[in-house]
Design a protein around this ligand. Structure first.
Ligand code: 5GP
Length: 218
């Protein structure tokens, strides 16, 4: 069953690639676009709610398909581990890690008594909560030879992804790339991360949001 699903997803992706005549890097995920347009709720000009398939209720098949896309894009980047940020990044990341056969690490949003001492930590401003949190990584989960793929659910101003990249680089390891499920291209994060030299691949790119209206890059 797993093999069959894997083959079907890859075939679908190959046919999209063929139809569009585009590079893998440019292939956006049509099934995700459809779900965003049908189920997403634009709460304002800046915030999109996708609680029916990603941020609250989770659709495992859609998450699996996201994993197929991330794998296709990042498979030649020599990734050694995949990092995400708790909690909404976990579902797409575990599906990607499974398909790329790589370990996955969840960065914690606060210092843990269990991690106790031996940690890298950085302060990140939360876009949706309007507050700071301490992004935390145990030193046991990374070494300087690692090449880390960072995956998160949303990219807005880039604070979360940049915080994750800071932790990776503090350890002496490198960032292989940044995979994003939904990028809000009109906010400053995408350009800022690209300007810093990171390879950013987003499955869906929202170009405009207004109350009740969502515009996606095709
Ligand atoms: P950034 O750090 O790029 O400003 O924001 C990214 C983080 O904020 C993501 O991890 C995500 O949890 C949250 N976020 C940013 N924008 C949105 C949004 O429009 N909807 C939801 N549900 N979360 C968002």
């Amino acid at each position: 069953m797993y093999i069959l699903m894997k083959t079907l997803e890859e075939l679908k992706l190959i046919s999209q690639h063929y139809k569009r005549g585009k590079e893998w890097r440019e292939v956006l995920m049509e099934s995700l676009h459809k779900r965003i347009l049908e189920e997403g709720i634009a709460l304002s000009e800046n915030v999109l709610k996708v609680d029916s398939f990603l941020n609250h209720q989770v659709d495992p098949e859609l998450m699996y398909e996201m994993g197929t896309y991330f794998k296709k894009y990042f498979e030649n980047h020599n990734v050694t581990k995949i990092f995400t940020i708790e909690s909404s990044g976990i579902a797409p990341t575990v599906m990607t890690a499974m398909q790329m056969k790589l370990p996955m690490v969840t960065l914690k949003k606060q210092g843990s008594k269990i991690l106790n001492g031996d940690v890298y930590q950085t302060t990140v401003y939360s876009y949706t909560k309007d507050m700071n949190y301490e992004l935390t990584l145990s030193k046991k989960c990374i070494n300087k030879d690692d090449n880390i793929l960072i995956i998160d659910d949303f990219l807005a101003n880039g604070e979360a992804a940049l915080g994750a990249a800071r932790l990776v680089e503090e350890s002496g390891a490198t960032v292989a790339g940044i995979g994003i499920v939904i990028e809000k291209s009109f906010q400053k994060g995408p350009q800022m991360l690209k300007d810093k030299g990171y390879d950013v691949y987003s499955l869906a790119r929202i170009v405009k949001l207004s109350k009740g209206n969502i515009e996606i890059e095709k």
